[in-house]
Write a new protein. Structure first.
Length: 132
């Protein structure tokens, strides 16, 4: 471990990926009750965005450089913002009750904090490494 960063291991070792996977399952469960008319709309959008968060973390971890990892972590963060927006829409349409909406939003915020920490750490690591 260099600078407190896990330099080896797999994407499955990353806490951000683990929590993102929990978010995927939570989103899939919550969207089961959405109207059938939303199957190809908001249901699909939310599910694809959730899968994208975890997938981009995994893909970034598999890349050759910290710079590429940070790029994919940023893609993941963008998908996370999509989820948060779509959750707000689902709540306003009364597809989600406030308890479920709050729980999903809290989980997405947790993933966001973890992503921000990874991005900051790997960006700082890259900057420090170029000065050494």
């Amino acid at each position: 471990m260099l600078w407190g960063l896990p330099m080896s291991g797999t994407f499955e070792d990353l806490k951000a990926w683990q929590v993102a996977m929990e978010l995927v399952l939570n989103v899939y469960n919550a969207t089961q009750s959405f109207p059938k008319s939303e199957t190809y709309g908001l249901t699909s959008q939310l599910r694809r965005a959730a899968v994208s968060v975890a997938s981009n973390i995994a893909e970034g971890k598999g890349r050759a450089s910290d710079k590429e990892l940070v790029l994919f972590l940023n893609h993941s963060r963008g998908s996370l913002y999509e989820i948060q927006t779509q959750l707000m829409i689902a709540r306003r349409l009364d597809y989600l009750n406030s308890e479920t909406s709050d729980r999903l939003f809290a989980k997405s915020a947790e993933v966001g904090r973890l992503l921000n920490g990874l991005i900051r750490a790997f960006t700082n690591h890259r900057t420090l490494g170029s000065r050494l």
